[in-house]
Design a protein around this ligand. Structure first.
Ligand code: GN1
Ligand code: MG
Length: 370
């Protein structure tokens, strides 16, 4: 069956009526496959996002959707309390005919949610004001979820941001060397192992009781926020698959990793990969304006470090996947994961050069926020 017919049948199973008008595949995202499908329902144009869940990564869609539906239902109430519009400010998933929020069809697992009209995503920021908005959105997201019963969340991917564990996986992949690629990436491996101590810091802070577990997003890439086409304000945090108990440092750090890079995550020309200090500053302003009062001192003191840690960790993951033969992240060409890994390590190097400056920025903004 061709993909269009397949999408139509999936939509029917989720109770969507009307005539299909348009199909488009979305390019953002390294894990799931997303289509925009437009229907004409008795003269009304309705847009849906139909998503093929990557079940290699998300092995238990029932638990995945349980987390997401729980959190979005909770957020809807919060948004209403704050006078916002829940249909625009959080995702609305559609139940299938069997009452579940996912549906298996010939080995593939699907889910559907409403497209938020007049919105767009961004991959590279030109204007720092936009990144400040993004920071506020992620800060608010965390704050809004502070009352969510954390114990009800499943750990969807175990040890997701456990950097020492990621390092262990890298070691195992190096030992296995299934593709014979290890010799070629020795410089990258050396770069990682020279930073062994860094990988342990956040978990140590937790064990020492200095940072709490919180409900976190865990994938705060800039393109996981929707912006409003008219106002250019950030309106909605999306891609909720990795909502789990985590540390606020993960959400801050991962957002900087992606959004304050002057180049795309897979830019091959490493001279273009720099840390934008103005962007770092804008995001920090937005984030702290939303949640500074809720953070512990150790969280604040490690925000700048967390950007480096999340970048190092992501580089480790790309490198591991390259060595494994590209089995996790979607790739468009043969050394795509290696290009990404080198890009991340260059950014780590840039952050190390600017670490004092980054810490001073956090300190100054924090003092203005409390
Ligand atoms: C993946 O799905 P997407 O593209 O938003 C990945 C993140 C990585 C990111 C790197 C579930 O996010 O952890 O940081 O790629 N998501 C998962 O760009 O592994
Ligand atoms: Mg995404």
């Amino acid at each position: 069956m061709d993909i269009k017919n397949e999408l139509i049948e999936v939509c029917r199973y989720f109770g969507i009526k009307g005539e299909p008008v348009e199909f488009e595949v979305m390019r953002d995202g390294h894990i799931n496959t997303t289509y925009v499908v437009i229907f004409n329902e008795e003269g009304k144009i309705k847009k849906y996002l139909v998503q093929g869940i990557n079940t290699h990564v998300f092995k238990n869609p029932a638990r995945l959707m349980d987390n997401i539906v729980g959190v979005t239902t909770f957020l809807r109430e919060k948004i209403k309390e704050n006078g916002g519009n829940p249909d625009r400010e959080t995702l609305s998933f559609i139940p299938a005919k069997n009452g579940k929020y996912y549906h298996y069809r010939q080995e593939k697992c699907w889910r559907i949610y409403r497209y938020i009209d007049d919105s767009y995503t961004i991959n590279i920021i030109k204007n720092p004001g936009v990144f400040e908005n993004a920071g506020r959105s992620f800060g608010l997201f965390q704050k809004n979820l502070s009352g969510y019963p954390m114990e009800s969340l499943y750990e969807i991917i175990e040890n997701f941001h456990n950097t020492p564990k990621r390092l262990e996986n890298l070691k195992n992949s190096i030992d296995a060397d299934v593709m014979g690629r290890v010799a070629e990436v020795q410089d990258e491996i050396d770069f990682v192992f020279a930073r062994l101590k860094d990988t342990k810091r956040v978990l140590r802070l937790y064990r020492d009781g200095l940072i709490p577990l919180r409900v976190t997003h865990n994938d705060t890439k800039l393109n996981n926020i929707l912006f409003d086409k008219t106002t250019n304000e950030s309106i909605c945090v999306i891609d909720l698959d990795t909502i789990m108990p985590g540390f606020s440092l993960y959400d801050f750090g991962d957002a900087i990793r992606f959004g304050a890079n002057t180049a795309a995550e897979d830019e091959r020309d490493l001279d273009k990969v720099q840390l934008s200090i103005p962007l770092f500053e804008s995001f920090t302003k937005g984030f702290l304006s939303a949640c500074a009062t809720a953070l512990t001192r150790a969280e604040v003191d490690n925000l700048a470090f967390s950007a480096k840690l999340m970048t190092l960790e992501c580089g480790i993951r790309f490198l591991t996947d390259y060595i494994d033969g590209d089995v996790y992240f979607k790739t468009a060409y043969s050394d795509h994961n290696l290009v990404r890994a080198k890009n991340q390590f260059k950014l780590v190097y840039e952050m190390e050069k600017h670490m004092d400056e980054m810490n001073a920025i956090v300190k100054k903004i924090y003092s203005e926020c409390i």
